[in-house]
Design a protein around this ligand. Sequence first.
Ligand code: PRP
Length: 183
Amino acid sequence: MDVSSVSGDLVEVLYTEDQIQGRLKELAEQIRADYEGEDLLLVGVLRGAVMVMADLARHLDRHVEIDWMAVSSYGSGTKSSGVVRILKDLDTDLSGRHVLVVDEIIDTGLTISWLVANLSSRGPASVEIATLLRKPEAQTMPVEARYVGWDIPNEFVVGYGLDYDERYRNLRDIATLAPHIYS
Ligand code: PRP
């Protein structure tokens, strides 16, 4: 979907489709260099990371395996509860594997820090994080992401996998959502 289809719902485009692809290509090149000679398993966090995974993996000029986890963040409570539940686990044994967790955004950091701890307990050779976006002002859990597309302000962003009420995930660009939509 193009922004023109929902322009009344958006404040501004933060990153266009072209800018996103350009940045992912740069990250893929860093990842290729860093994991030279090693096997690599990409773990995507459903559902928001689908677009990032699809494009990042295709920019990677090397073999990779791809697996997915689905987690329910925060149960039925609020983000601050920090409760994470596995809805779909990996199909892959992590013993001795180099794991790169791929997500589209680190907001508070609760989801990814829980995931890294969980995956690290399964005997992998390494666990690192790649995220397209990060909100430093919103982060309450200290997590070290090795690959970050952009740091963004603490605003409501949608598109390229990011939803509001399950909508806007299929927007090509990343944009800030107009307050009248969510307030
Ligand atoms: C989003 C996003 C991250 C997480 C970031 O997932 O995909 O995984 O929230 O937030 P945090 O840093 O505050 O934990 P969400 O739970 O909305 O599910 P989704 O991927 O299905 O949209």
